[in-house]
Design a protein around this ligand. Structure first.
Ligand code: F6R
Ligand code: ZN
Length: 187
């Protein structure tokens, strides 16, 4: 693969870090995750500038038919008993699918189709995940180390963070006495 500059791009498959010019970074801190965790008071009590995850992305041409490539690095930790996770989203263009590739750490990918029950997949170094169209998705770090996953998705997909409100994902992931517990939200 070559960057638009013509310089070669390298990805470290042990970490997901890109060695390229024009890598863009987006950081998501505790203050940005209002209403995401079931215990929002516990979230507010944590340092607001703590970075829960960040995404590094290669520069992509912004036109239909092109693809984004990015790695999410999700820290280990919990808000009360609930494991750290990404905000999660549907694609604005619901028919657009995505691939995730687990690179390091241990976690869970939550998948929630628009009109079917939510389900989960284990994320680990070497895991491959097809996120179908019309399916919201969220990463959860259930391990003790950083969880990193490489993703490839259409530039036209966009993000829709609102449609999951107010109920959010129907599965939440907690640490119950040292065990990973998948629990149906609101029950
Ligand atoms: C892109 C994608 C990932 C996420 C990233 C952060 O479609 O699924 O790159 O954007 O894992 O998660 P969100 O966007 O839910 O904050
Ligand atoms: Zn996505």
């Amino acid at each position: 693969m070559t960057a638009s500059s013509g310089l070669p791009v390298r990805v470290d498959l042990l970490t997901g870090h890109f060695d390229a010019i024009n890598v863009q970074h987006k950081s998501t801190c505790m203050r940005d995750l209002q209403g995401v965790f079931s215990d929002d008071a516990a979230r507010k009590a944590l340092p607001e500038d703590f970075e829960v995850y960040h995404v590094e992305m290669l520069a992509s041409p912004q036109q239909e038919g092109e693809l984004h490539t990015g790695t999410t690095h999700l820290m280990p930790g919990k808000v009360a008993d609930e494991f750290f996770m990404t905000r999660g989203h549907f694609h604005q263009r619901r028919e657009q699918a995505e691939f995730y590739f687990g690179l390091r750490g241990e976690g869970i990918l939550l998948l929630q189709p628009e009109n079917a029950p939510a389900y989960t997949e284990q994320v680990f170094a070497g895991s491959v995940h097809h996120i179908p169209s019309f399916t919201a998705h969220r990463l959860v770090n259930t391990g003790h180390d950083v969880l990193s996953a490489l993703a490839v998705w259409p530039v036209i997909a966009g993000h829709d963070y609102q449609s999951l409100q107010p109920d959010g994902f129907r599965i939440r992931v907690f640490d119950r006495d040292g065990k990973v517990s998948l629990e149906v939200a609101g029950v």
